[in-house]
Design a protein around this ligand. Structure first.
Ligand code: GLN
Length: 482
């Protein structure tokens, strides 16, 4: 089965072949009929979506155009949406209705995109399988007994299942690329600072970055175009000019130098993934690219460094959930201390508590130098590995994940095994680089992703490389039968 891409829908809207109201109705109907099997969408806002679609159709009728005008989207439930519950997959924020939109959401709305609802995710984006959600796991549409990946698992599953033309996600250590890979769609994690973090509920502030998930690179280019750009209200947002992401999609790949990190093809990589990724790399050679083996020697330190830095930042970010300011509050607190402790005990899930404990420990006096400072030093070495590699290659490619989607429940009691699933994606966040995942085949009927990594602010080049591959292959057109 194949479904129209966002770009195709945009062309049809432009020609007047279809209205935004029609599209919105179709998507809402698909969600209603098919999402009970996936649990990928946790809040549907049908009435508001139809009102937004009607407004988009009126804007088109009045002569306005724009690639996203009238395009129905879903947002990961970690982006604040004015007047719509934003739970972050947590009991803590089950009752939280933000008074404002995240900048990324506001920009997509201003471009005319319609919000269908909010997608399931791991609690506060901590996870690789979407099993840490208060609302229960989302399932992989290719095999509902398997995980969709995480933490943007709901967004990836929903896009793969055809519940929206595209979705937003966030990626702190792989959470856009990894679920995109496991669900057979395209996902882009931009350079740190490219997309505003304002209103994107913080997990690990120096790593978090929002980006698009969609069927194709062409679709991701359209979504990123609206999401990207400087935001004076986010002090970490980059004051760097935004490229025209669609303009360079067709550029020739002749002479492109692709680095293959030998550390990404070693032990622990599933043989079927290795084969699919190598076949994709052969396509790149046929497109004129040159493959060069490179080394990123500190790759083995990415998981330990990330699992100090991310929990450290999470432990401070999550201190705001105290039962006073917003979200859950325990019943009948005896005193202030009881209010804090019981609120947090009752409303945070096990993985979030684990991260708060690890992070608090790593930041405590006496351990700060041994763990946090050391992890920051490793982070710099990892970044230097990439920068050195980009002296001799244009892009880096390899597998997005070591394994295809695993069975629900299989790794829930083994956090380290779960953490190791992000082995190829974490370093990219530690270095602040942009990365993508593109579908390149199947292993046992489960999708495989190729990861593309570029220098800072090279999103246009990444999208170009992904698009050229998608022009000569059809993996991105495959859709699960639901
Ligand atoms: N799986 C990683 C973690 O659990 C990354 C999550 C993310 O990118 N949000 O921290």
């Amino acid at each position: 089965m194949s479904l129209p891409t966002l770009a195709e829908l945009s062309r049809r809207l432009g020609k007047g072949d279809v209205s935004s109201v029609d599209l919105t109705r179709d998507y809402l109907a698909r969600i209603e009929a098919q999402d009970p099997a996936l649990n990928s969408v946790i809040t549907v806002i049908a009435e508001q979506a139809l009102a937004e679609a009607t407004a988009a159709d009126a804007r088109r009728a009045a002569g306005e155009s724009g690639a996203l005008l009238g395009i129905p989207l879903l947002h990961k439930d970690i982006f604040c949406t004015a007047g719509i519950r934003t739970s972050c997959g947590s009991k803590m924020l089950d009752n939280f209705v933000p008074p404002y939109d995240a900048t990324a959401v506001a920009r997509l709305k201003a471009a005319g995109a319609v919000t269908l609802g909010k997608t399931n995710c791991d609690e506060f984006a901590m996870g690789s399988s979407n099993e840490n959600s208060f609302y229960g796991p989302a399932c992989n549409p290719w095999n509902t007994e398997r995980v969709p990946g995480g933490s943007s698992g709901g967004s990836a599953a929903a896009v793969a299942a055809g519940f929206a033309a595209g979705a937003t996600g966030t990626d702190t250590g792989g959470s856009i690329r990894q679920p995109a890979a496991l669900c057979g769609i395209t996902g882009l994690k931009p350079t740190y600072g490219r997309v505003s973090r304002l209103g994107m509920v913080a997990f690990a502030s120096s790593l978090d970055q929002g980006g698009p998930l969609a069927a194709t690179a062409e679709d991701c280019a359209l979504l990123l175009q609206a999401m990207a750009g400087f935001d004076p209200a986010d002090s970490t947002s980059a004051e760097h000019e935004v490229d025209d992401y669609s303009a360079r999609l067709e550029a020739d790949l002749e002479g492109l130098k692709i680095g293959l990190p030998k550390e990404y093809f070693g032990d622990g990589l599933d043989a079927g993934i290795d084969t699919a990724v190598r076949a994709a790399l052969a396509e790149y050679q046929a497109l004129g690219a040159e493959l060069v083996e490179i080394s990123l020697p500190h790759t083995h330190l990415a998981v330990p460094a990330y699992y100090v830095i991310a929990p450290a930042e999470a432990s401070t970010n999550l201190s705001r959930y105290d039962g006073v300011r917003y979200g859950y509050r325990c019943e009948d607190p005896q005193d202030l201390y009881d209010l804090y402790t019981r609120t947090r005990e009752e409303a945070f899930g096990a993985e979030v508590k684990r991260r708060i404990l690890v992070g608090t420990y790593a930041l405590s006096a006496g351990y700060y130098d041994a763990y946090y400072r050391k992890a920051q030093q490793i982070r710099r070495l990892i970044q230097q590995d990439f920068l050195a590699a980009f002296d001799s290659v244009d892009l880096i490619m390899g597998p997005t994940t070591p394994h295809p989607a695993w069975v629900l429940g299989e790794k829930v009691n083994d956090p380290v095994a779960m953490y190791l699933e992000d082995i190829y994606t974490l370093s990219v966040n530690l270095a602040g680089l942009p990365g993508m995942s593109v579908p390149v085949g199947f292993v046992d009927e489960l999708p495989v992703g190729l990861q593309l990594i570029g220098p800072h602010f090279s999103e246009a080049r990444l999208l170009n490389a992904a698009h050229r591959y998608q022009q000569v292959t059809d993996w991105h057109t495959r859709r699960p039968a639901l």
